[in-house]
Structures are given as structure tokens and as C-alpha cells.
Design a protein around this ligand. Structure first.
Ligand code: HEM
Length: 421
């Protein structure tokens, strides 16, 4: 007798799933916590959905980040990893390498991308945030993704890297191509990646002759036991900082604002606490938004280099493993009231920034941008509300990231807090 499909088994990677993947992840966590699936690209991979397994897998050195360990070498066809990165000679970045290369490159970038550099950047982020809000404040409506969440991180990271102001709109266009095509047509992303690559190579070349205070100059200057980044490594590093730091932050602001607008009680608590000049709830709130509906749904690709067992399931050598951060972060075995948004949650070791040696190097910058964006929106647009019913909002269909295509909002222009000129 043919095996009947289980009617309760959820379908993955449909549009309904993209809109709300959490019930499907709850089913997997309970019934098949380590689940082998065929991705929309045709690549077979294991999904790890429980918190304890996810944390263990993220820290397991038998899971390599280097795609050469993939048994089918799907990366050669561009079906695994960032589209175009191979063609653009950008493979040697932090998310594709293991120790000892990873340790060396991460140490070098940490010397340039310091918490001090990020903290000193706060006034600039605030200025960018206010400028973007000023752009639509008089209208009483906006698409918060395109007019706010999208440009803020791209301008911020361009400034930090030292991309001259007159070139930043090119970056905005390339980033736009990436985000538009991310879910499906990988060709568009590939073209944008190639253009960014040649621009970065030229910029690094120019900076080498005239070092400044920016992060690219810092990368060129950084040395460890006399070792420097090669020009190619510096380009791959600048690229991954941009690539990893851009759409993620767009989605922290987008998903975060959406979650607040859908949870008016929590939003009011946060608005009141910000009005009182407190920062505590904003800080725990950003962590909770990362847990509740974080930007990175699945951690990036990992490949088994020796046989290993995750959650009692044997993973053959060469198989890809995808850790589902969004599922792990709602695991009731770790988080009480896992489906409730509780901005004051303090017991919150979420995996939204990953775990282990690949833990997000941009977390301090992401937190800074998230705090500035949400606090300024809630303060300056006090009656901000959704202009579309949630069922009509469209989510992006990409594999790794979770975010909205658009977020239409309304507010009363007369209530907008004006800034002193
Ligand atoms: C809310 C925003 C962000 C989120 C949710 C996020 C999330 C993550 C996650 C989950 C990882 C680990 C991936 C894995 O292990 O497979 C990661 C790594 C990384 N992130 Fe972020 N990220 C954010 C913002 C940023 C920013 C602003 C930057 C840089 C400007 C950045 C740069 C990186 C880099 C370079 C890595 C690779 C680190 C390594 O492999 O050692 N991220 N991020």
C-alpha cells in the first residue's frame, strides 16, 4: 500500500508559509525536529528546529561553512550561498570559511570594526533616521520598508565603510536589486554583486593611497603578527559586511515595527517608557523583537564533514544543514509563552544573531540602528498605524531572510514631532 501523506504535515516554502511559518515550525519541532527537505532550488538539506539542537549545531566544528564540503557541489551552480559570489571572486569571506582562516580574518576585522567605532557612529545614525522621517512626515503616510527601513542601513553602512556620499545612491540601487531579486531570480542579485565587487576593488585601491578614519581604511591598516588582509580579502570583507548587514537590519526595523503595530499594549508600554527617557525596555525590546520575528529565519549553510548526530538523527557526510533560528527561538522548551511578544523579557538567550564562532560581528551596529529607528518612529509619529490589513501584506519568499515587501503606514501629519532647524 502506498504511504498516505499525513494531512497534518504542513507544506513548507509556500506563500502561506512565508506569511506565517511559525505553526509549521511548531509542528516540525514536535514531530520531526531534524527534518530532511527538498528546498525550492531542488537542493536537499536538513532543517534543525529545536533550540537545544540548534545551539549545538551552530557550535559544532564538524559542520563546516565551506561549500566545498557539500557532497553535490551545488554551490558551483549558484544554488547554495550568495548568488554571484563565486563569479565575482568573493568567496573568501567569514561566512564561507572555517578555522584557522576564519580565526585570522575575524581577528583582523575585529581590530577595525570595534565597539568604539560603532558607538561613535550613533549621532550619524540618529541624523540619518531623522532625515528619512522628514522625507515623508508631511504626507501622513509612507511605505516604511522603501522609505525608511531600506535606506537607513544602506546609508549607515556606506558611511561606516567610507563610501563617498556621491556614490551611495549606486549602492542603494545595487542593494535594491539584491532585495528585489533575493527570493527568486538569482541572476539579478549576481549582476548587483559583480558591480559592487568592481566598485569596492577600486575604492580599496584608492583608500590604500590615502587612508582615512573609515572602516575600509581600518581594514587595510589592521594587522596581526605582521599579517595584513590581501586586497582580495579586504574586498570580500567589505562585501560581506554590506551583504550581511543590510537586509538583516532592514528586516529588524520592518518586522519590529510591524510586531509593535500588531501588539498595541506592548507598543504603548514602550512608547511611555521612551517618553520617560528610559532605555531599559527599548534594550530588552530589541532582543525580544529579534526572538519573536527575527530577520534571519535560517542560519547560513553548513555542511557535515564527518558523520554526526543531531537530535538523534544521523547526518551523512556532505549533507547541508540549515539551522532554523526562527523555530528555535520559539521553542517552548526554552522560552515561556513562546508565541507572546513580551518586550520586558529578560531570560532571552535568543539565536537571532547566531551562536558560536560565526556569531554576528555586526550585532552592536544592528542594535544601535534598531534602537534609533524604533525609538524615533514611536516618538516622532506618535499615532503611527498600519494602513493595510495584515492579510494583504506580502512577505518575501527568500530562504534565509524573513521580511516584508512593503509596510504601508499612516499617521497624522499635525502630530509629527518637528525637529529644531
Ligand atoms: C538585525 C540585524 C542583524 C541580524 C539579525 C544578523 C544576524 C546574523 C546571524 C544569525 C549571523 C550568523 C550566521 C550563521 O552562523 O550562519 C550573522 C553573522 C554575521 N553578521 Fe550579522 N546580523 C545583523 C546585522 C549585521 C550587521 C549590521 C553587520 C555588519 C555591518 C553584520 C555582519 C555579519 C557578519 C560579517 C557575519 C559573519 C560572522 C562570521 O562568520 O564570523 N550583521 N549575522
Amino acid at each position: 500500500m502506498p504511504v498516505q501523506p499525513d494531512p497534518a504535515r504542513p507544506s513548507l516554502f509556500t506563500w502561506e508559509f512565508a506569511a506565517d511559518p511559525y505553526p509549521a515550525y511548531a509542528w516540525l519541532r514536535e514531530h520531526e525536529p531534524v527534518h530532511r527537505t527538498t528546498l525550492p532550488s531542488g537542493v536537499e538539506a536538513w532543517l534543525v528546529t529545536r533550540y537545544a539542537d540548534a545551539r549545538q549545531a551552530l557550535a559544532d566544528s564538524r559542520l563546516s561553512k565551506n561549500p566545498v564540503h557539500h557532497s553535490t557541489h551545488a554551490h558551483r551552480t549558484g544554488r547554495v550561498g550568495i548568488p554571484g559570489e563565486r563569479q565575482a571572486n568573493l568567496m573568501t569571506h567569514l561566512l564561507n570559511i572555517d578555522p584557522p582562516d576564519h580565526t585570522r580574518l575575524r581577528r583582523l576585522v575585529s581590530k577595525a570594526f570595534t565597539p568604539r567605532r560603532v558607538a561613535a557612529f550613533e549621532p550619524r545614525v540618529q541624523q540619518l533616521t531623522d532625515r528619512l522621517i522628514d522625507g515623508f512626515a508631511a504626507r501622513g503616510s509612507a511605505d516604511l520598508i522603501h522609505e525608511f527601513a531600506f535606506p537607513l542601513p544602506i546609508y549607515a553602512i556606506c558611511d561606516l565603510l567610507g563610501v563617498p556620499a556621491e556614490d551611495q545612491d549606486d549602492f542603494r540601487d545595487w542593494a535594491g536589486m539584491m532585495i528585489r531579486h533575493g527570493g527568486g531570480q538569482r541572476g539579478g542579485v549576481g549582476r548587483a554583486v559583480k558591480r559592487m565587487r568592481s566598485y569596492l576593488a577600486e575604492l580599496i585601491h584608492r583608500k590604500r593611497a590615502d587612508l582615512g578614519d573609515d572602516l575600509i581604511s581600518g581594514l587595510i591598516r589592521a594587522s596581526d603578527h605582521g599579517e595584513h588582509l590581501t586586497e582580495n580579502e579586504a574586498a570580500a570583507m567589505a562585501f560581506i559586511l554590506l551583504f550581511a548587514g543590510f537586509e538583516t537590519t532592514v528586516n529588524l526595523i520592518g518586522n519590529g515595527t510591524y510586531a509593535l503595530l500588531r501588539n498595541p499594549g506592548q507598543r504603548a508600554l514602550l512608547q511611555d517608557s521612551i517618553a520617560r527617557g528610559e532605555t531599559g525596555l527599548l534594550e530588552t525590546g530589541i532582543e525580544e523583537l529579534l526572538r519573536y520575528d527575527g530577520p534571519v529565519e535560517l542560519a547560513t549553510w553548513r555542511f557535515a564533514t564527518s558523520p554526526l548526530t543531531i537530535g538523534g538523527v544521523e547526518i551523512p557526510v556532505g549533507d547541508p544543514v540549515l539551522v532554523v533560528l526562527a523555530a528555535a527561538d520559539r521553542d517552548p522548551a526554552r522560552f515561556a509563552d513562546e508565541n507572546t511578544l513580551d518586550l520586558a523579557r529578560t531570560d532571552n538567550p535568543h539565536l537571532g544573531f547566531g551562536h558560536g564562532i560565526h556569531y554576528c560581528i555586526g550585532a552592536p551596529l544592528a542594535r544601535l540602528e534598531g534602537r534609533a529607528a524604533l525609538a524615533t518612529l514611536l516618538t516622532r509619529l506618535p499615532d503611527l498605524r498600519l494602513a493595510e490589513s495584515p492579510e494583504n501584506l506580502r512577505w518575501r519568499g527568500g530562504l534565509i531572510m524573513r521580511g516584508l515587501r512593503e509596510l504601508p503606514v499612516e499617521f497624522t501629519p499635525e502630530n509629527v514631532e518637528k525637529l529644531p532647524v
